[in-house]
Design a protein around this ligand. Sequence first.
Ligand SMILES: NC(=O)CC[C@H](N)C(=O)O
Length: 393
Amino acid sequence: MFDDWTSRAQLCDDLHEMVRIAMVGKYTGLSDAYLSVIKALLHASVFCHRKLVVDWVPASDLEDPAAKETPDAYRAAWKLLEGADGILVPGGFGDRGVQGKILAAKYARENNVPFLGICLGMQIAVIEFARSVMNLHDANSTEFDPETRNPCIIFMPEGSKTHMGGTMRLGSRRTYFHVKNCKSAKLYDSVNYVDERHRHRYEVNPDMVPKLESAGLSFVGKDESGRRMEILELPTHPFFVGVQFHPEYKSRPGKPSALFLGLIKASCGLLDASLQIPVPLRQGNITSNGKHITSNGRSIVTNGNGIMSNVGDITSNGNGITGNGIMSNGNGISSNGGDITSNGNGITGNDDIMSNGNGISSNGNPKQKPYANGSTKNRLNGTYHPNGNGVHV
Ligand SMILES: NC(=O)CC[C@H](N)C(=O)O
């Protein structure tokens, strides 16, 4: 035990490779206000053998009026944000700096910068998404605009507006993963649920969830009722996670919080490897002449929507679709148009055929059985949809 601490202390002293996290908050002059968040960032950074640099970004300095009123502060704030490897928007109350936090979330979303939003930070991410992606320009939390026509964050029905303190939703509550293959679930070691601590009065408006989800935001963790959103992710982003709870409270030296670890790993470019998401292969020929997607290279790897064709066939006239594994972390291999056809050796993987998404599906007519010489069975986490002539392993 003592040895662990000594070696960790030595490790901290020796770290030199940096990871820069922009903390976009209200009390940036009072770093103790966010002490547990800073400690959680530190635990995760040391675990990744990186020296943590926290860049404090006062949220209101990012806002448009600051460009005129305090131009130096405005430029400095944006420079810090743009120089960060990852962005964190922590919890908070009241509307000062909210617009700046929304701008920070927008910057992270649009520029693929790793983002973790905690409590208010998650609510901010929802408001930003509703405004920018769904074009609901007055979308807001009723905490900041009780009259908004698009209340995407609302007061929790069981709360009390007149009695503060113990009337908040406080303490440890359970979150169930509704999407098993999301990054957060994997970071939590693919458990079915997690218990994390809470401290809030407002929540994502459950009536707006279907619209938010169809626009691309994924609520991967919910409470036991399924009506209270606990974790959101943007599946198309390298790491964009919002949590209604406070994961920092359960982080410890040597045992960092899973989501802080996710943020730091993503900020260091280490997340994909640790989640076994293959980096898209840029060698070999992945070509599309409009109708076909063909690869004469080693493998077709995708982290997005799988290998999809909505128009023509997915065809191989050589050795089938072969390589060092056919992997998809998105929607699997699907064809809504033509067949998934191989005139050669079928769909073959020498390592694994893996799908973490919706499996391998075809609504057409898959003509060959896919097979693998590797560990297919262990890796098929998705669902098989043999709607055509059947796809079996
Ligand atoms: N802890 C927080 O970040 C609280 C967020 C928000 N003000 C709420 O009450 O729901």
